[in-house]
Design a protein around this ligand. Structure first.
Ligand code: NAI
Ligand code: MG
Length: 365
């Protein structure tokens, strides 16, 4: 059977950028003979409008069956005053929780043509291609006890950093698997100098590493890691870290290279019967209500999320390379959406113009 893909465009610019991805999926079928079994459904505010819930049970069930889910973005001012239980974000949170997506992949990749766009020196970022793996379902954001309590004559806010061996083991394995598909170099970041969970993290990652003798494993304190990421990020290939440090380090790493409109992500879970991990791919950006409906959105983050699906769900690394190169060629030819322009006087490309340019670059590939 063809690999299956559930597309959830969502709200705001989500459907606009997803329309460009649909063109690219059609191109792969027509020109490369790679057919996907594609279904499309609602998530977020649009699902609430139709069903009174941001994620219908049928959609959830479909997400559990397919090889990969590709999501646009959810939310918008229209839904800001809804009850928390039906907010658009809850649709996304339900997907992540019920699919048990514990491994969040955030690449920081510098397209040559955008090296000048970074706030860092060009030689620091040119050619950069690293991946941060953030543990997504445990750690201090979820640990108990938590809450704000009375203590004596004042209040105390409490969160607990908590990691079990199996939680560390599974995210470490997903990072080692990824390192095997990339540069075979993994750096684990924690604070084993001051945190018990950090000591356990380092022990378990080291133990898992014995199953991956080809991968060169190193350890770094997360604060030192933040410094090294801005000083000389190209020393890294894959970085694995916990939920809290990963939240910070992945945002930092992502911005080494430029615009929110260029950033893809993936969230992976346990392997399914066919050996593929459960997977949700989505741009890092949100629904961008300030530009929604104006044809201004940069579709590259969503297109590159699909490239990640090709690489990490469908084992089509060569086709992923082809698509990423097409995006790079388009940028190199000077085509830019508004978010990638800092000078006045240049006419920005629209969302569809950018998508069409990528198709043309694919044709030339
Ligand atoms: P946002 O990412 O939607 O927008 C931040 C800024 O970046 C805006 O100025 C926007 O125009 C720009 N931007 C974002 N994506 C762009 C693209 N592809 N091309 C060009 N410019 C782009 O974040 P914001 O404004 O904080 O949130 C807006 C809504 O999106 C809220 O309802 C929020 O809850 C939701 N949201 C949803 C996410 C998701 O679905 N995963 C993630 C983040 C926010
Ligand atoms: Mg964050």
């Amino acid at each position: 059977p063809n690999p299956s893909l559930l597309i959830l465009p969502g709200d705001g610019i989500g459907p606009e950028v997803m329309a460009e991805v649909r063109k690219i999926i059609d191109w792969f079928e027509a020109k490369r003979g790679i057919a996907f079994d594609v279904s499309e459904d609602l998530v977020g505010g649009c699902a609430y409008d139709k069903h009174g819930t941001p994620l219908h049970d049928d959609t959830m069930a479909r997400a559990q069956e397919v090889d990969a889910v590709l999501l646009g973005a959810v939310g918008g001012p229209k839904y800001d005053n809804l009850d928390f239980s039906v907010k658009p974000e809850r649709g996304l949170l339900r997907l992540r929780k019920e699919m048990d997506l514990f491994s969040n992949l955030r690449p920081a990749q510098c397209f040559d043509a955008l090296a000048d766009f970074s706030s860092l020196k060009k030689d620091v970022v040119a050619g950069l291609d690293i991946m941060i793996v953030r543990e997504l379902t445990s750690g201090v954001y979820f640990g108990e006890p938590r809450g704000i309590f009375e203590e004596g004559n004042e209040r105390v806010g409490i969160n607990t950093q908590r990691y079990t061996e199996s939680e560390i083991d599974r995210v470490a394995r997903s990072a080692f698997d990824l390192a095997m598909k990339r540069g075979k170099k993994l750096c684990s970041m924690e604070k084993a100098n001051v945190m018990e969970s950090g000591i356990l993290w380092r022990e378990v990652v080291t133990e898992v590493g014995k199953d991956y003798p080809e991968v060169e494993l190193s350890h770094m304190y997360a604060d030192a890691g933040a410094m090294q990421l801005t000083r000389w990020p190209k020393q890294f290939d894959v970085i694995v870290t916990d939920n809290l440090f990963g939240d910070l380090l992945s945002d930092l790493a992502a911005m080494l290279t430029g615009s929110l409109g260029m950033l893809p992500s993936a969230s992976l879970g346990a392997p399914m019967n066919n050996g593929r991990p459960k997977a949700l791919y989505e741009p890092v950006h949100g629904s961008a209500p300030d530009i929604a409906g104006q044809g201004k959105a940069n579709p590259c983050a969503c297109i590159l999320s699909f490239a990640m699906a090709l690489r990490y769900s469908f084992d089509m690394g060569d086709e992923a390379d082809r698509l990423e190169k097409a995006v790079n060629d388009v940028l190199a030819s000077g085509v830019r959406t508004a978010d990638l322009l800092n000078e006045d006087g240049i006419t920005p490309a629209s969302t569809t113009e950018m998508g069409d340019a990528v198709i043309k670059a694919l044709d030339a590939s």
